[in-house]
Design a protein around this ligand. Structure first.
Ligand code: RIB
Ligand code: CA
Length: 321
């Protein structure tokens, strides 16, 4: 278990949080970061993405078990995008989705409720607005919004890892989460929900350098050992492709933003998602300069990467042996 801690916060934590994810190594690190804090997590919803849904669902359950969160409900969601066939990323995350860690199987009960129904039920019945951290393709949230549009009124903040203003990663134009389900991204980003988008332009600054990996390895508790094992494999592809100093930590930036938004700066923008272009499908087209009468979407512009990583290393150190 972890002795939860509160980083020196400059603004209150969300009153309730749902994390939607496709574990995936960086999703795993994001979950560990969240589990080491007082973030009030109502549940974890899983979606097909980095690996197929049976694996993202199993991985999320096993990550909760390893971190002592057996009671946290994990829900299986959509097994494929709304319109396109599923694209996965085993080259980045390994065949299991969590290459580098051998996690014990969770013994937690499996809720029968579908993730989309969980999202709708929670958002319709919540006494306080709910924050959503979206770490994978946006299929679950889009389907929930189509099925029950009024749930948008009870989402007080949506923080998405997705999109690219510069180079993509799955294609030169597009970032993986948006590319896998661009139609879902279009539904979500046009729903008028107060949204913060953390794109590759930001996450490619938060890198798992050898020194940071060594610091995680030195923590030597079951969670940090699993994190170090996964991070040792993860990002090798990106590291060689982009010549980065280490694997980029995409999804933990979402949790870090919820914990310490002062480590980021953001800018309201108009944004569109390309859903058809042969070479550009999944591109997030961000308008920095157009008129923005009431843009609901802000894009992260800068990040204090050193502080984000320091937050993560401290969090991973909170898990006891
Ligand atoms: O492009 C990076 C994003 O796609 C991350 O969320 C990663 O886990 C994958 O889902
Ligand atoms: Ca992810």
């Amino acid at each position: 278990m972890v002795a939860a801690f509160l980083p020196a916060l400059h603004q209150p934590l969300p009153k309730a949080l749902i994390i939607d994810c496709d574990p995936g190594v960086d999703d795993a690190i994001a979950l560990f970061l969240a589990f080491a804090t007082d973030l009030p997590i109502l549940g974890i919803t899983t979606v097909a993405g980095n690996v197929p849904l049976p694996l993202t669902y199993r991985n999320a359950r096993n990550l909760c078990a390893l971190a002592g969160r057996l009671a946290l409900p994990v829900f299986a969601g959509c097994p494929r995008p709304m319109m396109r066939s599923l694209a996965t990323a085993e080259d980045i995350h390994g065949a299991t989705g969590l290459q580098g860690a051998d996690l014990p199987e969770s013994t937690a009960a499996k809720p029968s409720q579908h993730a989309v129904d969980f999202l709708i039920q929670q958002l319709l019945t919540a006494s306080d607005p709910i924050a959503i951290a979206a770490l994978g393709p946006l299929t679950n949230l889009a389907v929930a919004l189509i099925q029950c549009p009024q749930i948008a009124e009870n989402i007080d903040q949506l923080v998405i890892m997705g999109g690219a203003m510069g180079q993509g990663n799955i294609t030169p134009s597009a970032e993986f989460n948006i590319y896998v389900d661009p139609h879902a991204a279009q539904v979500v980003l046009s729903a008028g929900i107060p949204t913060t988008l953390i794109t590759l332009d930001t996450t490619h600054q938060v890198l798992t350098t050898p020194a940071r990996l060594a610091a995680i390895r030195a923590l030597n508790n079951p969670v940090s050992i699993a994190a170090a094992g996964m991070l040792s494999f993860y990002g090798q592809n990106d590291l060689h492709r982009y010549g980065l100093a280490g694997g980029p930590l995409h999804d933990p930036c979402v949790i870090a933003y919820l914990l310490a938004p002062e480590l980021f700066t953001a800018r309201p923008v108009n944004i569109a998602v390309e859903t058809a272009g042969e070479h550009t499908i999944g591109r997030t087209v961000v308008d920095w300069y157009g008129d923005r009468p009431s843009a609901a979407v802000q894009v992260i512009e800068t990040v204090d990467a050193d502080s984000v990583y320091a937050l993560l290393i401290e969090a991973l150190g909170r898990f006891s042996v």
